[in-house]
Design a protein. Structure first.
Ligand SMILES: Cc1cc2nc3c(=O)[nH]c(=O)nc-3n(C[C@H](O)[C@H](O)[C@H](O)COP(=O)(O)OP(=O)(O)OC[C@H]3O[C@@H](n4cnc5c(N)ncnc54)[C@H](O)[C@@H]3O)c2cc1C
Length: 506
């Protein structure tokens, strides 16, 4: 076992979409900084960012009903929907910049235009969807949203879902053509290929075992080569903990006070994937339903056309479940070893508060395939068991923390950047809306961790992301400009045939 010592400017832990995005942003802002990446697995994008481990929705609140809750007075709160839509525009602008600069190629290898739809049944839900439609349809960010409760129209939009539907219950849907399916795994791999071409040192099969402050305020990482067992000590002035579910343990090892009193609640996932090409061909949309009463937001069922391995696929889910692992390739002891003296009370409070959720998740794990088929038949009444297989999705680790509003041990459903006061180390925790907002979240992290550089970097950031610092809602003209240019560059016009779209961007 050796003990080499090296130094670098920036360390990125984990080769998922978050490190890929931060690395790509920093390479544009400060090309001469030395960046080193450590990833415990053999390739980039193998955990949550992998295309089979997430749902590939370009989250922009076009169809996700949990982003537009109904207020007690019956009106619809669209503030979260606007925020998420705005953040996805930031991602699209950065991806377009990378394509236009020839830093990545062929956007159709990672992003495809796909209608986003919401579908509900029952009188109350139809009334809710109509109100949501009215609240959003005059907003420039949601232009093109259509509503229908006419079964004939719905049959045109979603023939697979309407076929064999015998119930007389009212049914309605909204549809918008500017939605996307994003292959975050392919995008992550493309970004790491790009980083490699810019001399970023990417070390696969290297596990970060420990993180310590050095006397000069830098960080020293203990990194183990998984194949040889060799241990290396690497120091850096800045460390990003982009370990996905593995981030909490690493944050705890850093010992920063900002990382105390935080816990993680792991939620596993399953998808059903259709193996019958005739059925796959009958559907072309992402169709989001409404979460069942008592179900967490990450288990909103949806039936999605996906583009994976250059092939059209059809996936249903995710079915949330409980597993104590924090990563799909993690350990059964992850949850237990994340409990420390500083977060014990927080974790116990969360345990007590979330008994119904834990019970729900455990019941979900126990569901038989036939029970899952019954849920699928709410969407596809004629679904046949032999046409569908089960695939295990990624793990999400929801943040648990103490909040002023809800007290100790409160479960959070968003993503959170936790950073040291001096900005020398930052970790990304949480799961949703996740990969879609990676660019926005990493820009926020840059602002927090490099305040001394931000003024000098702003012109370049604005070149990459023209809407940086501007509310698109308040600037509809800028929104239209950005929307048309990103649609063109990323080949997202639904009328653009695949080959033409490829040629126009490569
Ligand atoms: C079921 C499911 C559905 C989802 N659906 C969507 C969706 O539709 N749209 C969307 O935008 N987002 C979605 N998400 C969220 C999205 O997948 C994640 O937010 C995103 O992939 C997280 O990226 P990451 O880079 O932080 O983590 P990851 O992709 O998990 O990468 C972390 C990497 O760090 C490595 N690592 C961990 N610990 C160490 C260590 N000690 N040393 C070295 N390496 C380490 C891991 O091996 C891994 O490769 C979904 C997630 C799940 C689980």
């Amino acid at each position: 076992m050796g003990n080499r010592q090296t130094r670098t400017d920036v360390i990125l832990i984990g080769a998922g979409i978050m490190s890929a995005t931060l690395g790509s942003l920093l390479k544009e802002l400060v090309p001469d900084w030395e960046i080193t990446v450590f990833e415990r697995l053999a390739n980039a994008g193998e955990e949550s960012s992998n295309e089979w481990n997430n749902a590939g929705t370009g989250h922009s609140a076009l169809c996700e009903l949990n982003y537009t809750p109904e207020k007690p007075d019956g009106s619809i709160d669209i503030s979260k929907a606007i925020k998420i839509n705005d953040q996805f525009q930031v991602s699209k602008q950065f991806w377009s910049y990378l394509v236009n600069s020839n830093l990545i190629r062929n956007p159709r290898d990672f992003i495809m235009p796909l209608p986003h739809m919401s579908l509900v049944q029952g009188e109350n839900n139809v009334a809710f969807l109509k109100k949501r439609f009215k609240a959003l349809s005059n907003n420039p960010l949601f232009q093109g949203l259509e509503f229908s409760d006419d079964p004939k129209k719905l049959k045109e939009w979603i023939p697979l879902i309407m076929e064999g539907r015998t119930s007389n219950e009212p049914i309605a849907a909204t549809k918008i053509d500017s939605g996307t399916d994003v292959n975050f795994g392919a995008l992550t791999r493309m970004l790491f290929d790009h980083l490699k071409s810019k001399n970023v040192d990417i070390k696969f099969k290297h596990n970060v075992d420990d993180i310590k402050r050095t006397s000069d305020g830098s960080w020293e990482l203990k990194v183990r080569n998984i194949d040889s067992g060799t241990v290396e000590r690497v120091t850096s002035k800045f460390v990003f903990i982009g370990g996905g579910g593995g981030s909490l343990h690493l944050l705890q090892k850093s010992g920063i006070p900002e990382g105390k009193h935080i816990g993680g609640f792991p939620v596993s996932g399953l998808f059903m994937v259709c193996n019958n090409p005739d059925v796959v061909a009958q559907h072309h949309a992402k169709v989001y339903g409404k979460a069942k009463v008592g179900a967490p937001p990450m288990s909103v069922p949806h039936l999605d056309t996906r583009f994976i391995d250059n092939k059209k696929s059809l996936l249903f889910g995710p079915f949330a479940g409980f597993s104590p692992k924090f990563l799909k390739n993690g350990s059964m002891f992850d949850l237990l070893t994340s409990v420390k003296t500083d977060n014990l009370v927080t974790m116990l409070a969360a345990g007590a508060k979330n008994v119904p959720l834990t019970k729900y998740l455990i019941e979900q794990v126990m569901l038989s395939k036939e029970k899952r088929m019954e849920e699928l038949r709410d969407f596809v009444p004629n679904a046949k068991s032999e046409d569908w297989d089960i695939v295990v999705a990624g793990q999400r680790v929801q943040v648990i923390k103490d909040t002023a509003a809800d007290g100790k041990g409160t479960l959070q459903f968003g993503t959170e950047v936790i950073s040291a006061a001096d900005g020398s180390i930052a970790a990304l925790l949480g799961a949703s809306p996740g990969a879609s907002t990676a660019v926005f979240v990493m820009l926020e992290l840059i602002k927090k961790c490099f305040p001394q550089h931000i003024k000098a970097w702003e012109p370049k950031i604005k070149e990459m992301i023209p809407s940086y610092g501007v509310s698109l809602l308040k600037n509809p003209e800028l929104f239209h400009e950005i929307h048309s240019s990103t649609t063109r560059t990323l080949g997202l016009s639904k009328n653009l045939p695949l080959q033409i779209a490829r040629r126009s961007v490569s």
